[in-house]
Design a protein around this ligand. Structure first.
Ligand code: ADP
Ligand code: ZN
Length: 432
């Protein structure tokens, strides 16, 4: 069952043809923006030099710093009166960047989003509650337009206010939620306090994204809610959500290649890695008017699947994002991602729904890694020797994974700040 069968199951060679056509058009359009004109001219590149898909390698990468430098509108490729909306990134890593949309861009985006929701199983009869913040953040309006597009009723609940969210779900028969994984875990805790089984709410599926989360967290959420959890990937520079989504195989993320060209590069050298190898995702918009972006370095680390998906869609798949290259922590010289720690602790049954990683320096100037872990109430108030055992178990499991011995602090549920949007998992107190 497809939202747009012809496009979603297009033969690879036809998809490539379409990509080349759209890439050429995009490069010509981008050249109309002051930013790309200057960039192309500085290396003597002409839009007509892009004759094949491989010619994309002639185009320099665009980085987040470029977008910041082009603020507010140097990347605009259409007259200033054409855009109908702007959005911006959530600014996780510094000054926000702005994206413009024409009416057609909004339309295309809503369609992409519609494709994603349909692919995961949502239908017009479903009721969709959008539990992320609206406003400049793309997750709100992006999902909203997509769900409305194919006729589902949308509840634009926004983030936070858990009690009200639960009332809305119950009173309006919500079947699908868009929610950050950390907020979904927090709501699970609140439901437990209210003695409402999460599985009694009548939900059919969760769309979770906007921040990295591990496969163990997905499993945990699926156990709590007893429904499938689909991974949703997007970034504001490429519209926002709707760039990639999981199909019902739930085996990594399809990227809509009629709208984006996908590359995976070695972040150090900028060279393409082999299919299946891990690297940084680079994306090019090939169906966007107001603000085309060429070879955007997302900093997100993933890999490209080699095989086609069982669902029949021919569009490429990328693996779950393990983190951003700038999320990588170096602790006592060892490289690690917060997601590695998450994957390990969420496998441990006594572990609750929230955790935090704190790094500081001891008096001897050594890095110290502390993982604060909320655990189940019953366990927390149980026997001290059991607590000691759990602490040891968590410590051992993390050490096995990352080779560094962490300190483990066990906490009562709901001690750490709850997350209603993107969770802040790492507190780095070292001044480096
Ligand atoms: P910011 O870069 O300021 O956070 P965005 O709101 O555009 O701005 O966030 C996009 C980023 O969020 C992505 O580049 C990625 O790092 C992260 N992200 C979004 N969805 C997912 C997901 N499903 N898994 C992992 N990371 C994700
Ligand atoms: Zn698939």
């Amino acid at each position: 069952m497809y939202y747009d069968k012809a496009i979603e199951t297009m033969k690879r060679e036809d998809l490539k043809k379409l990509q080349l056509e759209r890439l050429q058009k995009t490069v010509h359009a981008a050249y109309q923006s002051p930013f790309y004109k200057k960039r192309f001219d500085s290396i003597g590149l002409k839009p007509k030099d892009i004759r094949t898909l491989e010619d994309i390698y002639k185009i320099p990468f665009t980085t987040k710093d470029d977008l910041r430098a082009a603020y507010p509108d140097l990347m605009l490729a259409v007259p200033k009166n054409q855009p109908v909306r702007i959005h911006s990134s959530s600014g996780t890593t510094g000054r926000a960047t702005v994206i413009f949309f024409t009416k057609k861009d909004i339309d295309v985006w809503a369609d992409l989003m519609g494709r994603c929701l349909y692919m995961a199983g949502m239908r017009p009869d479903d009721v969709f509650q959008n539990m992320v913040s609206y406003g400049l953040f793309t997750g709100g309006l992006g999902f909203h337009y997509g769900a409305e597009r194919f006729g589902s009723m949308v509840i634009p609940a926004g983030g936070g206010n858990t009690a009200k969210q639960i009332t809305l779900i119950k009173d309006f028969g919500t079947t699908y939620l868009h929610i950050t994984p950390s907020y979904a875990l927090h709501i699970a805790y609140e439901l437990e306090q209210m003695k409402i089984p999460a599985s009694s709410l009548g939900l059919k599926g969760l769309f979770c994204g906007a921040e990295p989360y591990s496969e163990s967290t997905r499993k945990k959420l699926e156990e709590i809610y007893r429904i499938p959890v689909f991974n949703s990937y997007g970034l504001s520079e490429m519209n926002g959500p709707g760039v990639g989504f999981e199909c019902q195989e739930k085996e990594d993320i399809h990227i809509w290649e009629d709208n984006y060209i996908v590359e995976i590069i070695d972040p150090q050298t900028g060279e393409a890695v082999l299919p299946g190898e891990r690297g940084e995702l680079v994306l090019t918009t090939i169906n966007r008017e107001a603000m085309p972006i060429l070879r955007y370095r997302t900093k997100d680390l993933t890999f490209l699947h080699k095989d086609l998906c069982k669902c029949g869609r021919t569009h490429a798949k990328i693996g779950r994002i393990i983190g951003r290259s700038d999320d990588m922590l170096i602790v006592r010289g060892v490289n690690l991602f917060p997601s590695q720690i998450e994957a390990v602790i969420m496998e441990i049954p006594e572990v609750g729904n929230n955790y935090q990683i704190v790094i500081d320096r001891s008096d001897e100037h050594l890095d110290r890694l502390t993982v604060k872990v909320e655990i189940d109430n019953k366990v927390f108030h149980g026997e001290l020797k059991d607590l000691k055992m759990i602490q040891k178990k968590i410590k051992h499991a993390i050490k096995e994974e990352i080779m560094i011995q962490p300190e483990i602090e066990l906490l009562e549920p709901n001690t750490l700040p709850p997350s209603e949007g993107k969770a802040k998992r790492v507190i780095d107190l070292r001044n480096i």
